[in-house]
Design a protein around this ligand. Structure first.
Ligand SMILES: Cc1cc2nc3c(=O)[nH]c(=O)nc-3n(C[C@H](O)[C@H](O)[C@H](O)COP(=O)(O)OP(=O)(O)OC[C@H]3O[C@@H](n4cnc5c(N)ncnc54)[C@H](O)[C@@H]3O)c2cc1C
Length: 469
């Protein structure tokens, strides 16, 4: 990029909001994958820009179109499918400055910028008695813009309250051509029929940059909590199948940790180590009594699959300790083994959940490169999702770490194809592009390419991500 482009970008965002400092470039280019950039490939971005609003983003896109330079929006860079790692030299557009939140209690919605963190929005809503239906494990740093690109509810169980898209009333979007678009409604009823909002929620960041998100306010509910311990993961899976088949109320959260994971998590949280693997859940309702009745109903179901113990957790502090054990488990595992974490997202169907968990107990044997690595099985089992997790030694060379991640995505693809599912969190392209083609067919993939071309004729936005990484 000639100096003049840098200067033109600087003219748009101001000197303080552009950088080509090496560390800033690297910081805005890496993601949680346990391997580094291949600097030899010269993919380091030209510049990181931090625009303040949609007008500046529009100008950046007009410039990028004129000069045919790719633009990569970036929230906090925690995406686990490679989409936060620019595959081509381009401009990194960091959304961090578009960080606002307005809670319109009288109108029944809130509006926020894409750079607001999920945690900041959730905390502010909680203070006013509302609840954000989004809870990724990365929420302390993950942005609302990144969440929109994935339409991810995180740990929250879809069967309980759905996906964020169900709550989005409207958006402001900057198109890759520079056009500015408003979608949806300011009323509490989402548009019926054609609604352009749908092209931008869960768009893998391919069709436009979301600059304002309007979501319905959801009143906070009372919560109650339960836990069950089992000798074998198989019994946990049977209990979850039973929960759905016996029409028990789907919980808000329902997490599973195998015996080894439970032991480490509970030890770290200062809890006594339970005798087996664990499944713990939160139900909610308009009153504490109703939430507690829901928990009792779930415990009845759990009790039919030969548990070691089932109990309602009445002490909020105890629940918070157990929840913390889960919240920080990846950090706990990394600390224990002094390594990096890596792991895919395997989703089962209900009828095959038992088969799936049994297969995943042997995940560590699925590829020669996994041999000898510490392995842990956990996941959002209420959503039938597993994260088999490996800890990768720090002294492995970069190429070996990269091959490990590729092997994991191959296994993810093979298993999700066999089980007839797909990733229910994270995103669908990047490392998952080959899976998408196999799962839905090349025709479906080409359709997505055509849709992208309509919004982005010069393929400026997130160039290369749809093609696969
Ligand atoms: C420890 C850890 C735990 C995690 N737990 C979960 C979990 O429980 N559930 C879950 O679903 N995910 C989880 N994730 C991954 C998850 O995808 C991200 O954490 C999060 O949703 C992405 O937000 P981000 O701000 O980091 O987006 P980024 O990674 O910065 O971006 C992701 C994609 O969105 C695009 N994008 C960003 N902002 C915009 C915008 N304003 N408009 C259009 N496109 C945009 C980017 O270009 C990129 O393609 C976890 C990740 C980590 C590291």
């Amino acid at each position: 990029m000639g100096e003049s482009i840098y200067d033109r970008l600087k003219n748009i965002v101001g000197e303080k909001n552009i950088s080509d400092n090496f560390f800033e470039l690297v910081n805005n280019s890496l993601d949680p994958f346990p391997y580094d950039f291949d600097l030899d490939k010269d993919v380091l971005p030209y510049a990181v820009v931090k625009p303040k609003d949609e007008k500046e983003i529009s100008e950046i896109f007009r410039l990028a179109n004129q000069e045919n330079i790719a633009v990569y929006p970036r929230g906090s860079g925690t995406s686990l499918t490679g989409s936060a790692r620019a595959p081509e030299r381009g401009i990194i557009l960091n959304t961090g400055r578009i960080d606002f939140l307005e809670i319109h209690t009288d109108e029944g919605y809130f509006e926020c910028g894409p750079g607001a963190t999920v945690d900041a929005v959730d905390t502010a809503l909680s203070r006013k008695g509302f609840f954000l239906p989004v809870y990724p494990g990365s929420r302390l740093v993950a942005t609302m813009g990144g969440m929109m690109a994935g339409n991810t509810s995180g740990h929250i169980i879809d069967a309980c309250i759905g996906k964020p898209a169900d709550y989005v009333l409207g958006l402001h979007v900057v198109l890759p051509t520079g056009g500015i678009l408003e979608t949806g409604s300011k009323g509490l009823r989402k548009p019926a029929g054609t609604d352009l909002t749908k092209f931008f929620v869960g768009n893998d960041g391919l069709t436009g940059i979301v600059t304002k998100i309007r979501m319905r306010l959801v009143p906070a509910r009372k919560r109650a909590f339960g836990i069950a311990y089992y000798h074998e993961p198989e019994s946990v899976a049977k209990a979850v199948v039973r929960m759905y088949r016996e029409k028990a109320p789907a919980p808000l959260f329902m997490e599973f940790m195998d015996r080894a994971t439970t032991t480490i998590g509970f030890e770290h949280a200062g809890l006594s180590v339970p005798p087996g693997c664990s499944i713990f859940f939160a139900s909610f309702g308009p009153t504490t009594e109703i939430a507690s009745e829901n928990v009792q109903r779930l415990l009845d179901v759990m009790g039919k699959e030969d548990p070691i113990q089932v109990e309602e957790i009445k002490d909020l502090e105890e629940w918070l300790k157990i929840w913390t054990a889960r919240e920080v488990i990846i950090a706990s595992l990394m600390q224990k083994h002094d390594g990096y974490f890596s792991g895919p997202e395997i989703v089962s169907t209900l009828s095959k959940l038992v088969e799936c968990i049994k297969e995943l107990e042997h995940y560590g044997e699925k590829a020669p490169i996994f041999k000898g690595l510490p392995f842990y099985l956990l996941g959002h089992i209420g959503a039938l999702t597993f994260h088999p997790t490996l800890i990768v030694p720090r002294d492995w060379d970069n190429e070996r770490r990269r091959r490990l991640v590729d092997a994991e995505f191959e296994i993810e693809s093979e298993m999700n194809l066999r089980y007839g599912t797909c990733g229910g969190e994270w995103l669908q392209f990047g490392k998952r592009t080959q899976f998408f083609k196999k799962r839905y067919g090349v025709g479906a993939y080409n359709l997505i390419k055509q849709i992208k071309r309509v919004f982005d004729p010069k393929d400026i936005l997130n160039r290369g991500v749809l093609e696969g990484l």
